[in-house]
Design a protein around this ligand. Structure first.
Ligand SMILES: Nc1ncnc2c1ncn2[C@@H]1O[C@H](COP(=O)(O)OP(=O)(O)O)[C@@H](O)[C@H]1O
Ligand SMILES: O=P(O)(O)O[C@H]1O[C@H](CO)[C@@H](O[C@H]2O[C@H](CO)[C@@H](O)[C@H](O)[C@H]2O)[C@H](O)[C@H]1O
Length: 476
C-alpha cells in the first residue's frame, strides 16, 4: 500500500461518525468488518465491477466506514458507506489489495422489491440479525445521496462538493447497463456515477470533464457535483453530471444499423469530428509535452511489456507475439527519423459505448476514466491522440464482427469516415502516419484480449480475429 493510501486509512478510521452525530456511532466499531466479511466474500466477486475475477479473496481490511443514516433501525433503513480493501494473491502486476466502494443498506427484513440487491443476513457483531444489501437499489437511500450533494460539506470520511444548485426530490433509478462502475439516474435530469474500484489521486473521469468544461467544450457533460474521501491524495468516489435524455450510445446505434443493413457513415464521420473537437480542447486546457527519441522508446517498451504480460495471461496470444512486435518496432524506427509528436491528455478508452448521440444527432463523449485495468498514473499520462482514434476504429471492427453475417466492408467504411471527420475538424488525418495508427490499434487489441478473457470469455474471438489480421499484415 502506498504511503499516501495508508495515511488515508489512519485519517478515515478516526472519522467514522457522521456530521450530525455528537459521538462516534457504537455500531461502527472494529467488529463491523469481521461480521460483514463472510457475506462480502460471497457477494463481491459476483459483481460485474469486481476487478479481481478469477483470484480468490483472502481477506478484507477497512479503509473507512461512514454511517450516512443511523444503523440502529430507529429511523427506517440504515445506510453505511464503506471503503474496503479486498486482499487477493498478486497476479501479473494487478494490485493485491484493490479498494472498493460499497454503499450498504441495513434493514431488519428486506422487501421483495429489493431481493436482487441482497448481500446477506449478518450473523454476529453490531448488525447481528439484520439484512444488508446494495443501497443503490433502494430509492429511499439513493435519494439520500442526492440530498448530500444538495447540502455539500463533510460527512464522516466523505466530502461532498458541487458547482451549482441541484433541485430536490428527483426520483432515482439504478442504470441497467453493462458497466465497470454503478450509475444512478435522477429524474432523467442527472446521472451519478459511483466509482467501485477507487484510487488515491485525481480521477481522470472528474479531472478531464472539469478541464473541458472550463475550456467551454460542450462535447462532454460538465460535472455538477462530486464526492471524495479527503486525504493527502483524495479518492474520487462519485461524479454527478447532466443526464443526456433520449441519447443512445454508439454501440447500440451501430448494431441497429448493421441489423437493418444500413451504413453508419454519416454517424461515423460526425463522431470523428466530435473526437477531434474534444482532443483540441484537451490540448488547449492541459500540457502537451513533445514525444522525442527516449520517450518514443519508452512508449514502445510499454507496449511490448503489455504484449508480453498479455501473452502470459492469455496463452492464445503467444504464437502472434513476434509478428505483433514488429508493429511496435516500426514506431521506434519512425522515432529515429524525427519523432517530436505532440502528446496530450486523451480519453484513454474510447469506443462506441463511450459516445452518446442525442436525438438531434449531436455526439457527446463520456467516461474519461481510461482503461480500468491500468494503474492511475499510467491512465493520467499524456499520450498521442491517435490512441483514441485507434480505440474507436477497433470498435467499428468489434461491431461488425459481433454481428452475423460478418460485414467487413461496413467496418472499413465507418473507419474511413471516422478518420475523414477527424481530419476535417483537426487538420490531421490519423491515417497520415500508418505506423503510429497500427501500433496503437495493436496495443488496443492486445488490451481487449485480456479484457475479454477476464470479463467476457465468449467475446474473446472478436479481438483474437483482429490479432490475427494485425499479425498477418505486420508479417506481410
Ligand atoms: N451523461 C449521460 N447521459 C446519459 N447516459 C449516460 C451519461 N453518462 C453515462 N451514461 C450511460 O451510462 C452508461 C455507463 O456510463 P460509463 O461512464 O461508461 O460507466 P462505466 O465506467 O461504469 O462503464 C453509459 O453506457 C451510458 O449508457
Ligand atoms: O466501458 P468500460 O469503461 O467499462 O470499458 C470496458 O468494457 C468495454 C465493453 O463493455 C470494452 O470494450 C470492448 O467491447 C466493446 C463492445 O462491447 C467494443 O465497442 C470496444 O471496442 C471494445 O474495446 C472496453 O475495452 C473495456 O475497457
Amino acid at each position: 500500500m502506498s504511503e499516501a493510501a495508508s495515511s488515508h486509512v489512519a485519517l478515515a478510521k478516526s472519522t467514522t461518525s457522521t456530521r450530525n452525530s455528537a459521538t462516534p456511532s457504537s455500531t461502527v466499531d472494529g467488529t463491523l468488518l469481521p461480521s460483514l466479511a463472510p457475506l462480502l466474500h460471497a457477494w463481491l466477486p459476483r459483481q460485474r465491477w469486481f476487478a479481481g475475477k478469477g483470484r480468490p479473496v483472502t481477506g478484507f481490511s477497512l479503509v473507512s466506514a461512514t454511517e450516512m443514516l443511523p444503523l440502529d433501525g430507529t429511523a427506517g433503513p440504515g445506510l453505511l458507506h464503506l471503503l474496503v480493501r479486498a486482499e487477493q494473491l498478486e497476479q501479473s502486476a494487478h494490485p493485491a489489495d484493490d479498494c472498493y466502494q460499497l454503499l450498504v443498506g441495513v434493514r431488519t427484513s428486506l422487501p421483495t422489491t429489493l431481493a436482487a440487491a441482497l448481500i446477506g443476513r449478518v450473523e454476529h457483531g453490531p448488525l447481528a440479525g439484520r439484512t444488508v444489501y446494495d443501497a443503490l437499489h433502494d430509492p429511499r437511500l439513493a435519494g439520500l445521496l442526492l440530498e448530500r450533494f444538495r447540502r455539500p460539506g463533510t460527512l464522516g470520511a466523505l466530502r461532498f462538493e458541487r458547482t451549482s444548485a441541484i433541485p430536490a426530490g428527483l426520483a432515482p433509478r439504478v442504470l441497467d447497463a453493462e458497466q465497470s462502475n454503478s450509475s444512478l439516474v435522477y429524474g432523467d435530469a442527472y446521472i451519478l456515477k459511483i466509482f467501485r474500484r477507487v484510487f488515491p489521486g485525481a480521477n481522470p473521469d472528474l479531472e478531464l470533464p472539469l478541464a473541458l468544461a472550463r475550456e467551454g467544450c460542450e462535447r462532454v457533460p460538465a460535472p455538477i457535483a462530486w464526492f471524495e474521501a479527503p486525504g493527502p491524495e483524495p479518492l474520487t468516489l462519485g461524479v454527478l453530471q447532466p443526464f443526456l435524455h433520449g441519447a443512445r450510445d454508439g454501440w447500440q446505434l451501430a448494431l441497429t444499423a448493421l441489423t437493418a443493413g444500413r451504413d453508419f457513415v454519416p454517424e461515423a464521420r460526425a463522431l470523428g469530428r466530435a473526437t477531434a473537437e474534444v482532443h483540441t480542447a484537451l490540448a488547449k486546457a492541459l500540457p502537451t509535452p513533445a514525444l522525442h527519441g527516449t520517450q518514443t522508446r519508452q512508449l514502445v517498451a510499454r507496449m511490448v511489456q503489455r504484449l508480453e504480460a498479455a501473452a502470459d495471461a492469455v496463452p492464445a496470444l503467444v504464437p502472434y507475439v513476434p509478428a505483433l512486435r514488429t508493429a511496435f518496432d516500426a514506431v521506434t524506427a519512425l522515432g529515429h527519423r524525427g519523432g517530436g509528436w505532440a502528446q496530450q491528455r486523451v480519453h484513454g478508452d474510447l469506443h462506441l459505448g463511450q459516445a452518446l448521440r442525442s436525438p438531434d444527432g449531436f455526439w457527446s463523449l463520456i467516461d474519461f476514466e481510461g482503461e480500468p485495468a491500468r494503474p492511475l498514473d499510467e491512465r493520467r499520462r499524456p499520450a498521442l491522440p491517435v490512441r483514441d482514434v485507434a480505440g474507436m476504429l477497433r470498435s467499428f471492427d468489434y461491431a461488425a464482427r459481433s454481428h452475423r453475417p460478418w460485414n467487413p466492408e461496413w467496418a472499413a467504411r465507418c473507419r474511413a469516415a471516422y478518420c475523414e471527420g477527424y481530419a476535417l475538424a483537426s487538420g490531421t488525418d490519423p491515417r497520415g502516419e500508418p505506423e503510429l495508427l497500427r501500433a496503437h490499434e495493436t496495443d488496443k487489441a492486445v488490451y481487449e484480449v485480456v479484457y475479454e478473457a477476464r470479463h467476457r470469455p465468449d467475446w474473446l474471438p472478436v479481438p483474437m480475429a483482429a490479432i490475427q489480421r494485425l499479425a498477418q499484415s505486420a508479417a506481410a
